[in-house]
Design a protein around this ligand. Structure first.
Ligand code: SAM
Length: 291
């Protein structure tokens, strides 16, 4: 490619993605801390000239990226979902648990409010939030976070190893489906969309949060520079793994633009398909309804 990273053939992609996320899993929190402003960790360990240069550039760019690595877009995603107590939800590629924890928080706060209403007998059904990820190392990241949050024994959270392209869940079994920063890593996007459609009940909502395409001049150039020059370098310095992080940024470039992806969602059978750009398209939330 123009950025010097080798093309990955389709059949090699899932192996490549498996390797990338196994490598990334142990450093996932660290890299996210860093890109979202946790610069102090690097200052302590590696204070050389290259590092200082990268830090200055990343300080400038991280103002933009603060938003995209922060929790704001997850909150936006969950607000579009309108979670409710008793819901059956599937979060695919959800290894870190970030989306699932927020959905559970939202359900629990609705529950707390509803419990104050003596006429409300709507809370009998058990909420189930299935976190499905192909990579056991990433699921471990999420399970450990659940333990830290005191949710280790929470029966509402169910951790399942599985492939987004061939889900083990029954037809028409889910009220909601989310996939955050996951779909660009799969081999066949169409299969993922058709599986999402299959497992959702009628009235169920599909939501996808994904790094997307920026087309605001100057910001686009800054974004490309940050993505293709800074992030792989950070991956090398922080995680000792340039290739995995280079792959991650290349996968953003290859992902279909917003309009094209919206039409793929509609082709899978979803209706009322729409999308919202966040931070000028760095991130987009696509949604669709199974009617
Ligand atoms: N959703 C989480 C978040 O937003 O923090 C994790 C995102 S992480 C960038 C991408 C995840 O997609 C990884 O955990 C990876 O293992 C998972 N993944 C990649 N291909 C997958 C597939 N075919 N089926 C399920 N999960 C997959």
């Amino acid at each position: 490619t123009s950025f010097g990273f080798k093309e990955v053939r389709e059949e090699e992609k899932s192996q490549m993605v498996g390797k990338v996320f196994s490598n990334v899993a142990s450093n996932y929190d660290l890299m996210n801390d860093f890109m979202s402003g946790g610069l102090h960790r690097l200052w302590k360990d590696r204070l050389d000239f290259v590092c200082i240069f990268v830090l200055i550039i990343s300080l400038l760019s991280s103002c933009c990226f603060l938003y995209f690595t922060s929790s704001a877009q997850f909150i936006r995603l969950v607000s579009k979902l309108s979670p409710f107590p008793g819901m059956k939800h599937l979060d695919v590629a959800g290894g870190t648990g970030d989306v699932a924890f927020r959905i559970l928080e939202s359900v629990n706060s609705i529950k707390r409010r509803a419990l104050q209403d003596p006429l409300n007998d709507d809370l009998q059904e058990e909420t189930r939030i299935y976190v499905c990820d192909i990579n056991p190392n990433m699921l471990d990241v999420g399970k450990n976070r659940a333990l830290e949050k005191g949710l280790g024994e929470d029966k509402s959270l169910v951790w399942v190893q599985g492939d987004a392209e061939a889900l083990s869940f029954e037809d028409n079994s889910m009220d909601g489906y989310t996939i955050a920063f996951g779909i660009r890593n799969v081999t066949h996007i169409e299969k993922v969309l058709s599986e999402a459609y299959r497992v959702l009940k009628r009235g169920g909502r599909f939501l996808c949060l994904e790094l997307s395409h920026v087309d605001i001049p100057v910001f686009k150039e800054l974004y490309d520079f940050y993505s293709f020059s800074v992030i792989p370098r950070l991956g090398e310095i922080v995680a000792g793994d340039r290739e995995s992080y280079q792959y991650l940024v290349e996968s953003i470039r290859r992902f279909p633009p917003q309009e094209k992806f919206a039409s793929m969602i509609a082709d899978a059978g979803f209706q009322k398909v729409e999308y919202e750009n966040l931070v000028g398209g760095v991130v987009a939330i696509h949604s669709g309804l199974k009617i």
